[in-house]
Design a protein around this ligand. Structure first.
Ligand SMILES: O=c1[nH]c(=O)c2[nH]c(=O)[nH]c2[nH]1
Length: 324
Protein backbone atom coordinates (compact mmCIF):
# COMPACT_ATOMS: atom_id res chain seq x y z
CA UNK A 1 0.00 0.00 0.00
CA UNK A 2 1.23 3.48 -0.82
CA UNK A 3 2.12 5.65 2.10
CA UNK A 4 -0.47 8.34 2.64
CA UNK A 5 0.73 11.77 1.55
CA UNK A 6 2.19 13.96 4.29
CA UNK A 7 0.64 17.40 4.28
CA UNK A 8 0.58 19.86 7.12
CA UNK A 9 1.95 23.23 8.10
CA UNK A 10 2.25 25.30 11.22
CA UNK A 11 4.40 27.44 13.47
CA UNK A 12 7.29 26.62 15.78
CA UNK A 13 8.89 28.57 18.61
CA UNK A 14 5.83 30.53 19.59
CA UNK A 15 6.91 32.03 22.90
CA UNK A 16 4.33 33.19 25.40
CA UNK A 17 4.67 34.29 28.99
CA UNK A 18 1.69 34.61 31.25
CA UNK A 19 1.80 36.13 34.69
CA UNK A 20 -0.59 35.01 37.42
CA UNK A 21 -1.91 31.89 35.77
CA UNK A 22 -4.02 29.89 38.22
CA UNK A 23 -1.72 28.09 40.69
CA UNK A 24 -1.41 24.30 40.64
CA UNK A 25 -2.49 23.16 44.10
CA UNK A 26 -3.49 19.97 45.91
CA UNK A 27 -1.45 17.50 43.86
CA UNK A 28 -1.24 14.12 45.55
CA UNK A 29 1.89 13.92 47.66
CA UNK A 30 4.24 10.97 47.17
CA UNK A 31 7.03 9.74 49.44
CA UNK A 32 9.82 10.50 46.97
CA UNK A 33 9.00 14.17 46.46
CA UNK A 34 8.23 17.30 48.45
CA UNK A 35 6.61 18.87 45.39
CA UNK A 36 3.24 20.27 46.38
CA UNK A 37 2.32 22.62 43.54
CA UNK A 38 3.35 25.63 41.49
CA UNK A 39 2.51 29.28 41.99
CA UNK A 40 2.41 29.92 38.20
CA UNK A 41 3.16 33.61 38.87
CA UNK A 42 5.32 33.34 35.76
CA UNK A 43 4.24 30.66 33.27
CA UNK A 44 6.48 30.58 30.21
CA UNK A 45 5.96 28.28 27.25
CA UNK A 46 7.47 27.63 23.81
CA UNK A 47 4.72 26.19 21.62
CA UNK A 48 4.60 24.52 18.23
CA UNK A 49 1.47 23.77 16.25
CA UNK A 50 0.97 21.53 13.22
CA UNK A 51 -2.27 21.68 11.25
CA UNK A 52 -3.55 19.16 8.69
CA UNK A 53 -6.55 18.88 6.35
CA UNK A 54 -7.40 17.93 2.76
CA UNK A 55 -8.44 21.48 1.97
CA UNK A 56 -4.84 22.64 2.17
CA UNK A 57 -4.00 20.71 -1.01
CA UNK A 58 -4.64 23.65 -3.43
CA UNK A 59 -2.31 25.84 -1.37
CA UNK A 60 0.52 23.43 -2.16
CA UNK A 61 -0.41 22.48 -5.73
CA UNK A 62 -1.94 25.69 -7.12
CA UNK A 63 -0.75 28.52 -4.91
CA UNK A 64 -4.35 29.08 -3.85
CA UNK A 65 -4.24 30.60 -0.38
CA UNK A 66 -7.98 30.91 0.12
CA UNK A 67 -7.99 28.19 2.79
CA UNK A 68 -4.70 29.19 4.40
CA UNK A 69 -4.67 30.58 7.90
CA UNK A 70 -1.36 32.45 7.98
CA UNK A 71 1.09 30.92 10.42
CA UNK A 72 1.50 34.44 11.77
CA UNK A 73 -2.18 34.36 12.73
CA UNK A 74 -1.62 30.95 14.39
CA UNK A 75 1.04 32.57 16.54
CA UNK A 76 -1.39 35.31 17.59
CA UNK A 77 -4.12 32.72 18.24
CA UNK A 78 -1.85 30.77 20.61
CA UNK A 79 -0.67 33.83 22.50
CA UNK A 80 -4.20 35.25 22.90
CA UNK A 81 -5.43 31.90 24.18
CA UNK A 82 -2.83 31.94 26.94
CA UNK A 83 -4.69 35.03 28.14
CA UNK A 84 -8.05 33.26 28.26
CA UNK A 85 -6.85 29.84 29.54
CA UNK A 86 -8.31 29.27 33.00
CA UNK A 87 -6.41 26.11 33.98
CA UNK A 88 -2.97 25.61 35.48
CA UNK A 89 -0.91 23.14 33.39
CA UNK A 90 0.95 22.96 30.08
CA UNK A 91 -1.12 19.92 29.11
CA UNK A 92 -4.35 21.77 29.80
CA UNK A 93 -3.28 24.86 27.87
CA UNK A 94 -2.28 22.85 24.78
CA UNK A 95 -5.55 20.91 24.83
CA UNK A 96 -7.58 24.09 25.26
CA UNK A 97 -5.82 25.80 22.37
CA UNK A 98 -5.83 22.77 20.04
CA UNK A 99 -9.60 22.38 20.50
CA UNK A 100 -10.09 26.10 19.99
CA UNK A 101 -8.27 25.88 16.63
CA UNK A 102 -10.57 23.06 15.48
CA UNK A 103 -13.65 24.93 16.66
CA UNK A 104 -12.65 28.16 14.97
CA UNK A 105 -11.53 26.75 11.59
CA UNK A 106 -13.90 24.06 10.34
CA UNK A 107 -11.57 22.97 7.51
CA UNK A 108 -8.78 22.01 9.97
CA UNK A 109 -8.92 18.21 10.27
CA UNK A 110 -6.10 17.71 12.75
CA UNK A 111 -4.14 19.84 15.15
CA UNK A 112 -1.00 18.70 16.92
CA UNK A 113 0.47 20.90 19.58
CA UNK A 114 3.66 20.66 21.60
CA UNK A 115 4.80 22.89 24.39
CA UNK A 116 7.99 23.22 26.39
CA UNK A 117 7.98 25.02 29.67
CA UNK A 118 10.33 27.96 30.03
CA UNK A 119 11.08 27.49 33.69
CA UNK A 120 11.29 30.22 36.29
CA UNK A 121 11.92 29.64 39.96
CA UNK A 122 11.38 32.16 42.72
CA UNK A 123 14.44 34.10 43.77
CA UNK A 124 15.41 34.89 47.34
CA UNK A 125 14.04 37.88 49.18
CA UNK A 126 14.96 39.42 52.51
CA UNK A 127 11.78 40.53 54.21
CA UNK A 128 12.05 42.02 57.70
CA UNK A 129 15.41 40.27 58.22
CA UNK A 130 14.05 36.86 57.23
CA UNK A 131 15.26 35.08 54.09
CA UNK A 132 12.23 33.89 52.10
CA UNK A 133 11.12 33.28 48.54
CA UNK A 134 10.20 36.34 46.53
CA UNK A 135 6.71 36.43 45.07
CA UNK A 136 7.72 38.90 42.35
CA UNK A 137 11.34 38.12 41.41
CA UNK A 138 11.96 34.89 39.50
CA UNK A 139 15.13 33.31 38.18
CA UNK A 140 15.19 31.80 34.73
CA UNK A 141 16.20 28.24 35.49
CA UNK A 142 18.24 26.21 33.04
CA UNK A 143 17.54 22.77 34.36
CA UNK A 144 15.66 19.95 32.68
CA UNK A 145 12.69 20.79 30.47
CA UNK A 146 9.05 19.98 31.23
CA UNK A 147 6.97 19.45 28.09
CA UNK A 148 3.75 18.01 26.71
CA UNK A 149 2.05 17.26 23.42
CA UNK A 150 -1.44 16.49 22.19
CA UNK A 151 -3.02 15.49 18.89
CA UNK A 152 -6.68 16.28 18.22
CA UNK A 153 -8.59 15.25 15.11
CA UNK A 154 -12.00 16.00 13.65
CA UNK A 155 -14.09 12.90 12.91
CA UNK A 156 -17.73 12.98 11.83
CA UNK A 157 -18.28 16.48 13.26
CA UNK A 158 -16.69 15.51 16.57
CA UNK A 159 -13.36 16.66 17.95
CA UNK A 160 -11.43 13.69 19.31
CA UNK A 161 -8.24 13.46 21.34
CA UNK A 162 -6.03 10.95 19.52
CA UNK A 163 -2.95 11.07 21.71
CA UNK A 164 -1.56 12.93 24.67
CA UNK A 165 1.87 12.74 26.24
CA UNK A 166 3.65 14.49 29.09
CA UNK A 167 7.43 14.65 29.12
CA UNK A 168 10.55 15.59 30.99
CA UNK A 169 13.60 16.22 28.79
CA UNK A 170 17.27 16.28 29.58
CA UNK A 171 17.32 15.17 33.19
CA UNK A 172 21.05 14.71 33.90
CA UNK A 173 21.94 12.56 36.90
CA UNK A 174 25.31 11.34 38.19
CA UNK A 175 25.69 8.63 40.82
CA UNK A 176 29.34 8.58 41.92
CA UNK A 177 29.43 4.96 43.15
CA UNK A 178 27.25 1.88 43.47
CA UNK A 179 27.00 1.14 39.76
CA UNK A 180 28.47 -1.83 37.96
CA UNK A 181 28.55 -3.01 34.38
CA UNK A 182 29.72 -6.61 34.04
CA UNK A 183 28.68 -9.86 32.38
CA UNK A 184 28.24 -8.55 28.85
CA UNK A 185 29.41 -10.48 25.78
CA UNK A 186 33.19 -10.81 25.56
CA UNK A 187 34.39 -11.43 22.03
CA UNK A 188 36.96 -10.20 19.52
CA UNK A 189 35.29 -6.75 19.45
CA UNK A 190 35.31 -6.19 23.21
CA UNK A 191 37.77 -3.68 24.63
CA UNK A 192 35.66 -2.23 27.48
CA UNK A 193 36.84 -3.58 30.83
CA UNK A 194 34.21 -4.88 33.24
CA UNK A 195 33.61 -2.40 36.05
CA UNK A 196 32.26 -3.30 39.47
CA UNK A 197 31.91 0.28 40.60
CA UNK A 198 31.61 3.00 37.98
CA UNK A 199 30.42 6.59 38.30
CA UNK A 200 27.28 6.50 36.19
CA UNK A 201 26.20 9.70 34.45
CA UNK A 202 22.95 9.47 32.53
CA UNK A 203 20.83 11.83 30.46
CA UNK A 204 17.15 10.95 30.53
CA UNK A 205 14.05 11.88 28.58
CA UNK A 206 10.92 10.47 30.22
CA UNK A 207 7.44 10.40 28.64
CA UNK A 208 4.23 9.29 30.37
CA UNK A 209 0.68 8.62 29.21
CA UNK A 210 -2.52 8.31 31.23
CA UNK A 211 -5.20 5.61 30.94
CA UNK A 212 -7.73 8.45 30.78
CA UNK A 213 -5.91 11.01 28.61
CA UNK A 214 -7.87 13.96 29.93
CA UNK A 215 -6.51 13.51 33.44
CA UNK A 216 -3.31 15.05 32.06
CA UNK A 217 -4.95 18.50 31.97
CA UNK A 218 -4.75 18.82 35.73
CA UNK A 219 -8.37 19.86 36.18
CA UNK A 220 -8.43 17.36 39.05
CA UNK A 221 -5.09 18.09 40.73
CA UNK A 222 -5.34 14.86 42.74
CA UNK A 223 -4.97 12.80 39.54
CA UNK A 224 -2.31 14.97 37.90
CA UNK A 225 1.28 13.74 37.67
CA UNK A 226 3.73 16.63 37.91
CA UNK A 227 7.02 16.37 36.03
CA UNK A 228 8.75 17.48 39.24
CA UNK A 229 7.47 14.33 40.96
CA UNK A 230 8.67 12.13 38.09
CA UNK A 231 12.10 13.76 38.35
CA UNK A 232 12.25 13.16 42.10
CA UNK A 233 11.26 9.49 41.69
CA UNK A 234 14.04 9.02 39.12
CA UNK A 235 16.62 10.43 41.54
CA UNK A 236 15.33 8.38 44.52
CA UNK A 237 15.36 5.09 42.59
CA UNK A 238 18.87 5.85 41.30
CA UNK A 239 19.95 6.50 44.90
CA UNK A 240 18.44 3.23 46.16
CA UNK A 241 19.50 0.81 43.44
CA UNK A 242 22.84 -0.88 42.97
CA UNK A 243 22.63 -0.51 39.22
CA UNK A 244 23.84 -3.36 36.98
CA UNK A 245 23.13 -1.27 33.85
CA UNK A 246 21.20 1.73 32.59
CA UNK A 247 18.71 -0.70 31.02
CA UNK A 248 17.79 -2.10 34.43
CA UNK A 249 17.83 1.30 36.14
CA UNK A 250 15.25 2.81 33.79
CA UNK A 251 13.04 -0.26 34.18
CA UNK A 252 13.00 0.24 37.96
CA UNK A 253 12.37 3.97 37.67
CA UNK A 254 9.44 3.15 35.38
CA UNK A 255 8.01 0.60 37.83
CA UNK A 256 8.15 3.09 40.68
CA UNK A 257 6.47 5.84 38.65
CA UNK A 258 3.65 3.46 37.69
CA UNK A 259 3.33 2.20 41.27
CA UNK A 260 2.96 5.72 42.63
CA UNK A 261 0.60 6.82 39.89
CA UNK A 262 -1.85 4.06 38.94
CA UNK A 263 -3.61 6.54 36.65
CA UNK A 264 -0.68 6.16 34.22
CA UNK A 265 -0.74 3.65 31.39
CA UNK A 266 2.94 3.58 30.54
CA UNK A 267 6.26 5.40 30.86
CA UNK A 268 8.83 5.56 28.07
CA UNK A 269 12.50 6.30 28.59
CA UNK A 270 15.19 7.51 26.26
CA UNK A 271 18.48 7.30 28.12
CA UNK A 272 22.00 8.19 27.14
CA UNK A 273 25.22 7.01 28.74
CA UNK A 274 27.45 9.98 29.58
CA UNK A 275 29.69 8.21 32.07
CA UNK A 276 32.85 10.23 32.71
CA UNK A 277 36.29 8.97 31.74
CA UNK A 278 38.79 8.49 34.53
CA UNK A 279 41.87 10.74 34.40
CA UNK A 280 43.35 10.21 37.88
CA UNK A 281 42.35 6.82 39.25
CA UNK A 282 43.95 7.08 42.67
CA UNK A 283 44.47 10.10 44.87
CA UNK A 284 46.54 9.23 47.97
CA UNK A 285 44.54 9.71 51.16
CA UNK A 286 41.29 10.33 49.29
CA UNK A 287 38.45 8.20 48.05
CA UNK A 288 38.16 10.57 45.10
CA UNK A 289 39.24 10.39 41.48
CA UNK A 290 39.45 12.88 38.65
CA UNK A 291 37.28 12.43 35.58
CA UNK A 292 36.64 14.18 32.31
CA UNK A 293 33.85 14.32 29.76
CA UNK A 294 33.24 11.11 27.84
CA UNK A 295 34.12 11.09 24.18
CA UNK A 296 31.45 10.38 21.59
CA UNK A 297 29.86 8.15 20.46
CA UNK A 298 27.35 7.74 23.28
CA UNK A 299 25.29 4.65 24.00
CA UNK A 300 21.52 4.95 24.33
CA UNK A 301 18.53 2.89 25.44
CA UNK A 302 14.80 3.22 24.72
CA UNK A 303 12.27 1.31 26.80
CA UNK A 304 8.57 1.51 27.62
CA UNK A 305 7.45 0.25 31.01
CA UNK A 306 3.77 -0.67 31.04
CA UNK A 307 1.14 -1.28 33.63
CA UNK A 308 1.42 -5.02 32.84
CA UNK A 309 5.13 -4.92 33.79
CA UNK A 310 4.15 -3.55 37.18
CA UNK A 311 1.49 -6.19 37.77
CA UNK A 312 3.95 -8.88 36.75
CA UNK A 313 6.70 -7.42 38.94
CA UNK A 314 4.42 -7.07 41.95
CA UNK A 315 3.39 -10.71 41.53
CA UNK A 316 6.99 -11.94 41.63
CA UNK A 317 8.02 -9.40 44.30
CA UNK A 318 5.37 -10.76 46.66
CA UNK A 319 7.23 -14.06 46.64
CA UNK A 320 10.54 -12.39 47.44
CA UNK A 321 8.98 -10.03 50.04
CA UNK A 322 10.06 -6.85 48.31
CA UNK A 323 7.50 -4.67 46.62
CA UNK A 324 6.92 -1.24 45.21
O1 LIG B 1 24.51 0.59 31.30
C1 LIG B 1 25.11 0.28 30.24
N1 LIG B 1 24.47 -0.45 29.29
C2 LIG B 1 25.07 -0.82 28.12
O2 LIG B 1 24.44 -1.50 27.26
C3 LIG B 1 26.42 -0.43 27.93
N2 LIG B 1 27.31 -0.63 26.92
C4 LIG B 1 28.46 -0.02 27.28
O3 LIG B 1 29.51 0.01 26.57
N3 LIG B 1 28.33 0.56 28.52
C5 LIG B 1 27.06 0.31 28.94
N4 LIG B 1 26.40 0.67 30.07
Amino acid sequence: MDKEREMFYGKRDVFAYRTYLKPLKDVRRIEESDFNGKSNVVFGINVSVKVGGEQFLPSFTQGDNSMVVATDSMKNFIQKHLGSYEGCTIEGFLAYTAQAFLNKYSHFESVEMKGEEIPFESARALTSTRLTESDVVFKHSRNETVAASCHYIRKEEKILLKSQQSSLYDLQLIKVSGNSFVGYIQDEYTTLPEDGNRPLFIYLNIHWQYHDKKLAYGEEAESYVAAEQVKDIAACVFHEQSTPSIQNLIYHIGLRILARFPQLKDVTFESQNRTWETVVGEIPGSAGKVYTEPRPPYGFQVFTVTHEDLVHHEGSALESHSTY
